[in-house]
Design a protein around this ligand. Structure first.
Ligand code: DLL
Length: 432
């Protein structure tokens, strides 16, 4: 099922020609209208008139989150404010918030790209889509809302929170597709149990989850508990919001909407391209954005481009699910640890619940990592011997995965905080 077959299945050669033309006009737009880029282009002596190959991209400067902050709020906009019809902002958990803007045409493209992703995941105009992402400055709620409307689906703009009411509405309104973070989907499964509602008896068939990292094991858990088929979708506000990439029904990587975004996968240290198929940092250049184009935006997200073609027929490159962020990688005793590695192990062990916290401390100048994991009631109240056996299994599996020793603490079900939006499962107490 395609939303725009002729674009989604463009022969690579035609796609690259289109990308080059769009890149040239984006460079012209930012070079003329955004002082930040004009200055950078001048400093680097970039003559964007001489761009005639996509490889020339490597001559261009990078854009970092800090550049957005330095130009807060409107300094990087490429159009006057009177042409802006929408503003979003990222919450800025670290440092100042960043602001992005959209023209009418940007909103049209955005809705269309989100509709593409919903359609690729299997949704149609017949679906009843419950959007449980926050509506507001966060791009998740409005981004998916406009896309689902563009698809022609019936949209329930419930926003996040008030989980019991979400479930009641899901039941009464016969929701067929749930859109939220994967952690909120798991919370819903828990609350359904508390409410004595069997998810398999609902009309729910699809889950469209994104906005935070999740593992394949978590997907299986959600699919099984909610009786749905879930797919991953990726985006970030600096580049547009949701709609940058999403899985088709094959669920073997996320197709990147390459006619609107030019991507590179670079070694985060050397900033040189990694070998094909290797993991690196995703760097994105927008090709059609009018209000807020970005050149070589360093996402900090780690992924790799999957080799081969997809049986679905789309020619857009596929990236693996996000494997972590360069800035959420923990360095424990010099070893690189990604929270997602820990999640994958925990989800695989019988008796552990899908809720955990990772605590990192420094004791006597040495890093210590403790994983708190909820366990099913029967184990928590079991004899010490059985508990100890489970702790040993978790420790052993984590040591094998990470190559370091990890402390493990079992906690009773429902003791760890649940998340309605993006989860934050790491508490790093070291003040490094
Ligand atoms: O989270 C946009 C979005 C909303 C995407 C709804 C998908 C669904 P930001 O708040 O700017 O925008 O956060 C962007 O979230 O750089 C990634 O680190 C992370 N992220 C987003 N989608 C995924 C995903 C939205 N599918 C940041 N898997 C990004 C892993 C994701 N991480």
């Amino acid at each position: 099922m395609y939303w725009e077959q002729e674009k989604e299945c463009l022969p690579r050669e035609d796609l690259e020609q289109l990308q080059l033309e769009r890149l040239q006009s984006t460079l012209y737009r930012v070079g003329t209208h955004v002082p930040f880029y004009r200055k950078k282009f001048n400093e680097l002596k970039v003559d964007f008139d001489s761009f005639n190959s996509l490889d020339d991209l490597r001559r261009l400067p990078f854009t970092m989150k800090q550049d957005l902050r330095d130009n807060y709020p409107y300094g990087l906009f490429a159009v006057p404010l009177r042409e802006i019809v929408r503003v979003h902002s990222s919450s800025g958990t670290t440092g100042m918030a960043t602001v992005v803007g959209y023209t009418k045409n940007d909103i049209k493209n955005w809705s269309n790209l989100v509709a593409r992703i919903l359609c690729a995941a299997g949704l149609t105009a017949d679906d009843v889509v419950q959007i449980a992402f926050g509506y507001g400055l966060f791009t998740g709620g409005f981004g998916l809302h406009y896309g689902a409307e563009r698809l022609g689906a019936s949209v329930i703009p419930i926003s996040s929170g008030n989980t019991k009411r979400q479930i009641q509405i899901m039941q009464d309104f016969k929701t067929t597709a749930l859109v939220c973070t994967p952690s909120y989907a798991l919370k819903m499964a828990d609350v359904m149990m508390e409410m004595d509602i069997n998810p398999h008896g609902l009309s729910l068939r699809y889950g469209l989850f994104g906005a935070e990292p999740w593992s394949e094991a978590m997907r299986s858990e959600i699919n099984e508990r909610l009786g749905i088929r879930s797919s991953d979708n990726y985006g970030l506000s600096e580049v547009m919001g949701p709609g940058v990439a999403g899985e088709c029904r094959e669920c073997n990587g996320l197709h990147i909407n390459e006619d609107h975004f030019l991507i590179e996968v670079l070694d985060p240290k050397t900033l040189e391209p990694v070998a094909p198929g290797e993991i690196g940092e995703l760097v994105i250049t927008t090709l059609t954005k009018e209000a807020f184009p970005v050149i070589r935006y360093r996402t900090r997200d780690l992924t790799r481009i999957l080799p081969g073609t997809c049986p679905c027929g789309r020619t857009f490159a596929r990236m693996s699910r996000i494997m972590g962020r360069t800035d959420d990688m923990l360095i424990i005793k010099g070893v690189n640890v990604f929270p997602i590695q820990i999640e994958s192990v925990l989800f695989d062990i019988e008796g552990t619940e899908p809720h955990y916290r990772i605590i990192v401390e420094r004791e006597n100048n040495e890093d210590k990592i403790t994983v708190m994991v909820e366990v099913v009631e029967s184990i928590f109240f079991d004899e010490m011997k059985k508990q100890r056996a489970l702790v040993d299994t978790v420790k052993r599996r984590l040591a094998a995965e990470l190559g370091i020793h990890v402390e493990v603490k079992l906690v009773e079900e429902k003791t760890l905080e649940r998340f309605d939006g993006k989860g934050s499962r790491v508490i790093d107490k070291r003040q490094l």
